[in-house]
Design a protein around this ligand. Structure first.
Ligand code: FMN
Length: 183
């Protein structure tokens, strides 16, 4: 089983990355091949759309940047761990740009390639009421429904200071359990 972890926070070693790492550690412990990508270290430009749906016709985006090799990584993964901090009730800009570029999945040769993949959403946020992440959860759920991927689980954790989630044993244990259950 291949698990691809995607970190959408610009804070290296922040709460998002800590939680994604814990999910991946558990997945590795149950025998998965895991890989982690950090979106902020890659050049992934926002969708430009002014291309007459080039990606829908060709199967890949016209923008020649670091997104192109990620298409195959996504297709080859059995599970995705999408980690993003909650920014203004939605995903980070890095995560949004990454997901917008999934528009290429609308090509007939790709439309079924996300079908059945397990997807985990990891989202730390500062507010203590984690229902503040609802718009983000809805966006992810609707996008996965469209692609017929499976929303395996979500972990919404109240954590503000960089790295503070490490002290939240309950959240760390839950991240580990989510990773183990990906098998
Ligand atoms: C630009 C920005 C917007 C944010 N918006 C929200 C928000 O809408 N709701 C919230 O609870 N926390 C918000 N936060 C706080 C982060 O979600 C929180 O600190 C999170 O733990 C950061 O994760 P990280 O350590 O992986 O970067 C925001 C932080 C930033 C920098």
């Amino acid at each position: 089983m291949r698990v691809l972890g995607v970190v959408g926070s610009p804070r290296k070693g922040g709460n998002t990355e800590i939680l994604v790492d814990e999910v991946l550690r558990a997945a590795r412990d149950v025998g998965a091949d895991v890989e982690k990508i950090i979106l902020n270290e890659l050049e992934i430009k926002p969708c430009q759309a002014e291309c007459s749906d080039y990606c829908k016709r060709k199967g890949y985006c016209k923008i020649d940047d670091n997104m192109l090799p990620l298409y195959d990584k996504l297709f080859e993964s059995d599970a995705l761990v999408l980690g993003t901090p909650v920014y203004w009730y939605g995903p980070s800009a890095q995560m949004k740009a990454f997901i917008d570029r999934w528009y290429a999945f609308s090509h007939p040769k790709h439309i079924h390639r996300m079908k059945g993949k397990k997807v985990v959403l990891i989202a730390p946020l500062e507010e203590t009421d984690t229902s503040a992440a609802k718009p983000l959860v809805d966006m992810i759920r609707n996008s996965l429904d469209y692609l017929e991927a499976r929303f395996h689980s979500r972990l919404l954790v109240s954590a503000g200071e960089k790295g503070s989630v490490r002290g939240n044993t309950k959240a760390m244990n839950r991240a580990y359990r989510i990773g183990s259950a990906l098998k």
